[in-house]
Design a protein around this ligand. Structure first.
Ligand SMILES: [Zn+2]
Length: 256
């Protein structure tokens, strides 16, 4: 049973997994009963998390068996809980681009938010638009989330500028991307077009670039002020390890 469960989690595409997560919620607490790791999002403990990722980016012990959060989701959640007004400020206007399904319902039900989601295609999004040309007025949102999107778009600087434009002055946001910490410069090569080649060069079949350590500079070019937040600096190491968030999981917090 445990093997079958693990096989399912590693075989099914993530959006389908999340739709089936009610099934996992029944089994996970039994199969992964224990107290070695903890997910701050669902506030449950387990003997371990599941492995996740394609061959090139495979990680052990990272996928919460209950609500399917990964390292980056848990890090973002801790930031929102401990270092932001996201859960406390009334009438907070939020635009969530390509909403992560593990957060979508939670944020939607959050009484203090005026929460809108946007995506090119996703059926769960409220608005559908192209990030290169957002059909919304300037200065609309106090908070913008746009995670793991910029590595997919044709002109990332243009998309970042558009997000900056719709953010209210004084607003903030989180914009995570995969980063290859061994590179200083972002790697782009538009002659690489096949899914196989893109996976090899950019880590996933539908990525069009691989960011390097200059990612914050690119955000600044679009107009944002950028804080690179390392949560591990302010949390006991054991706690961080228990949440299974690697030290390399930095948060890119943007401000206008
Ligand atoms: Zn969880």
């Amino acid at each position: 049973m445990k093997k079958f469960y693990k096989w399912l989690l590693n075989t099914l595409p993530r959006p389908i997994l999340i739709r089936l997560s009610y099934v996992f919620r029944l089994f996970a607490p039994l199969l992964y009963k224990g107290n070695k790791v903890e997910c701050p999002v669902c506030e449950k403990s387990f003997s371990k998390f599941l492995s996740y990722g394609s061959d090139i980016a495979h990680r052990e012990n990272v996928l919460c068996p209950y609500d399917l959060t990964l390292e980056r989701h848990r890090a973002m959640w801790l930031y929102l809980k401990n270092k932001s007004n996201f859960f406390t400020k009334d009438d907070l206007t939020v635009m969530h681009i390509a909403p992560e399904q593990c957060f979508h319902k939670k944020f939607k039900n959050q009484k203090n938010l005026k929460y809108t989601t946007g995506d090119l295609l996703s059926p769960i999004a409220d608005l559908h638009f192209d990030l290169h040309e957002i059909p919304l007025e300037d200065n609309q949102y106090e908070v913008i989330f746009c995670n793991h999107v910029m590595e997919h778009v044709k002109d990332d600087l243009q998309c970042m500028k558009e997000l900056y434009r719709i953010m209210k002055p004084g607003g903030w946001g989180i914009m995570q991307v995969p980063i290859d910490a061994s590179r200083n410069e972002t790697y782009e090569d538009w002659s690489i077009t096949t899914p196989e080649e893109r996976e090899k060069h950019f880590w996933q079949y539908d990525h069009v670039r691989l960011y390097g350590l200059n990612y914050p500079k690119r955000l600044e070019e679009a107009g944002f002020k950028v804080d690179v937040v390392d949560l591990s600096e302010e949390m006991p190491a054991e706690q961080f390890e228990r949440y299974r968030i690697p030290k390399s999981e930095l948060l890119y917090v943007v401000r206008k």
